[in-house]
Design a protein around this ligand. Structure first.
Ligand code: HSE
Length: 366
């Protein structure tokens, strides 16, 4: 059995990964070792064939005993540890949730429903570095897989509505704290009318006592039209990732432009995207629908009706689910090659943990 070490398994993505691996009985296929940056020697979680104590995530000698390392610890950890292991000639497989290594030539960005054959090819030819993609990119590609596979897409504009979880656990909790402050102000003024309450809430969210240490701004009752750092192109880094990562995953011969505005909204763990898709040629709605819905096991086509859209294309309906719904598919008045769509997915499942789980499973079943 291969020895697999887990780092960052207590964080949000790591915890979702652990849960999914238990559900799929993945732990029975490996000897598992849990690493920690702060609690070496403490009791490790119990899984079938697990080592009982936590090992040091900062000790290359311990890490190098593993056949596979799975890191959900974040980019700084990857930046510090990965080069050390490579320098020492560690021959194992590195599976990572962080973005640090995504665009390196040696890395494959993993997205099982879309590029399983590429992952298989890389494993067979001795590839060692496998990295999960950006969440909006992975969810977009699962939803539009069919259109990309048929080489129908000229370009895509994606306007995102990204959940608090994408910014991390502390941010998700901060959104709830902000909502609590809103709720308690509401409770204190039961008799006020709508406009008076609105004025109080606006003053509350802009005031000094509103919890915003992590986001730096109110997210409850608000939205934030910038995610990640600024780039000279005028894009946010989150916006930049869409085109570069998607084209790397698709191994496009010529770059397919993908661009738009990324926006943080007050959802907890589902990222949504409003899409304008320009096709390379005109197509009937029925064939676009058919191509989208038959692409992979996870995309779920939602008929373009008000009832279906409101029931199936929302964070309330999709949180905690593995399927990736896409709906609102209709021709646009912009021209006969333009289609509108709206897609949504759980940012922690196919957006983060599930691609890592799938590549690990492939490694174990090799
Ligand atoms: N960068 C994403 C976000 C999450 O901020 O929502 C991880 O891909």
């Amino acid at each position: 059995m291969k020895k697999v070490g887990f780092i960052g398994w207590r964080g949000m993505v790591g915890s979702v990964l652990m849960e999914r691996m238990k559900e799929e009985s993945d732990f029975t296929l490996m000897e598992s070792y849990f690493f920690s940056t702060s609690q070496t020697g403490a009791l490790a979680p119990k899984t079938p064939n697990s080592h009982d104590k936590l090992l040091s995530a900062l000790d290359p000698r311990e890490l190098m005993k593993m056949d596979v390392l799975v890191s959900c610890q974040g980019g700084e950890y990857t930046q510090e540890i990965y080069p050390q292991l490579k320098k020492e000639g560690w021959p194992g497989i590195w599976i990572d949730a962080a973005s640090t290594l995504r665009m390196k030539d040696e890395s494959v960005i993993v997205l099982d429903p879309v590029n399983r054959s590429h992952i298989r090819e890389a494993l067979t030819s001795g590839g060692k570095t496998f990295v999960g993609g950006n969440c909006t990119v992975s969810l977009l590609l699962i939803a539009l897989h069919g259109l990309f596979r048929e080489n129908l897409v000229e370009w895509v504009s994606s306007m995102t509505y990204q959940a608090a979880s994408g910014a991390g656990a502390k941010n998700m909790l901060e959104l709830l704290d902000q909502m609590k402050a809103v709720g308690s102000t509401f409770d204190q003024h039961p008799a006020l009318g709508a406009l008076e309450l609105e004025a109080r809430m606006t003053s509350l969210m802009n005031g000094p006592s509103f919890p915003k240490e992590n986001f730096g701004h109110p997210l409850a009752l608000n939205l934030l039209p910038w995610i990640d750092s600024e780039l000279p192109s005028g894009q946010s880094k989150e916006e930049w990732k869409a085109q570069v990562e998607a084209n790397k995953i698709l191994r496009s011969k010529t770059t397919i432009p993908i661009d738009g505005t990324c926006v943080r909204v007050g959802a907890l763990r589902c990222h949504s995207q409003g899409l304008t898709i320009k096709l390379k040629k005109s197509a009937h709605l029925s064939s676009v629908e058919e191509i989208i819905q038959s692409a992979n096991s996870w995309v779920q086509f939602v008929p373009n009706t008000k009832a279906d859209s409101l029931a199936k294309l929302t964070p309330a309906a999709v949180s905690g689910k593995l399927h990736v719904p896409i709906g609102r598919v209709r021709p646009m008045t912009l021209g006969d090659q333009y289609f509108n769509a709206f897609t949504i997915g759980d940012q922690l499942l196919w957006g983060a943990a599930e691609p890592l789980r799938c590549v690990l499973r492939m490694v174990l079943e090799e």
